[in-house]
Design a protein around this ligand. Sequence first.
Ligand SMILES: N[C@@H](CCC(=O)N[C@@H](CS)C(=O)NCC(=O)O)C(=O)O
Length: 213
Amino acid sequence: MRFLGYFRSSSAYRCRIAFNLKGLDYDFESIHLKSGDHKTPQFAAVNPQKLVPALITDDGQELYQSLAIIEWLDETYGGARLIPADKDLRAQVRAFAQVIACEIHPLQNLRVLQYLRNDLAQDEDAVNAWLARWLGDGLQACEDILQKHPEAAYCFGDEPTLADICLVPQVFSAERFNVDISHLSRINAIYKQCQSNRAFAAAHPKEQPDFET
Ligand SMILES: N[C@@H](CCC(=O)N[C@@H](CS)C(=O)NCC(=O)O)C(=O)O
């Protein structure tokens, strides 16, 4: 498998955690977002949306959208189950993942921040207010969901799932954008639990071959 990603991309970070939890190897190709590698015709031929990550499977299929990639990995390979077998739990896990992937993450994306800065001429204070509002509100909703399961080690039980795979990169992004989430106790406890799991720790951006400060 060939995985096209970028160390700082939280969608790519999700896939890295999934690869690690399932014990899968892959060849990595860095798509440098700041240099615009994702806008090249070569990358657009793989993902016409021009967003990372993408996965080229051993039989040449071109997959994109991190949640679809993770579901495909889960359905194709054995090992840890990332999407629960139980349909009721599965709906909760998918809903939580979608809160992050569909409602929070798109508002912090590079192209959105560039549009605010360049097209709408917003200064850094305005961009930071945008991030604080949408990441703050979104993660507060995540905290309120997770507070319903206060006894669980991970988001929805004693094993990590797609929910944790989405939560950890989103917490990393909150740190990166200086959004204070120190009051979100369940999220912080789960984040700590995940960092003690080698599959999560090895997927951290600073552990990646294309990492830059
Ligand atoms: N929903 C997509 C989001 C993909 C996405 O937004 N990727 C970001 C990096 S995390 C990207 O490529 N951004 C480039 C840009 O905004 O120009 C997924 O889960 O894969």
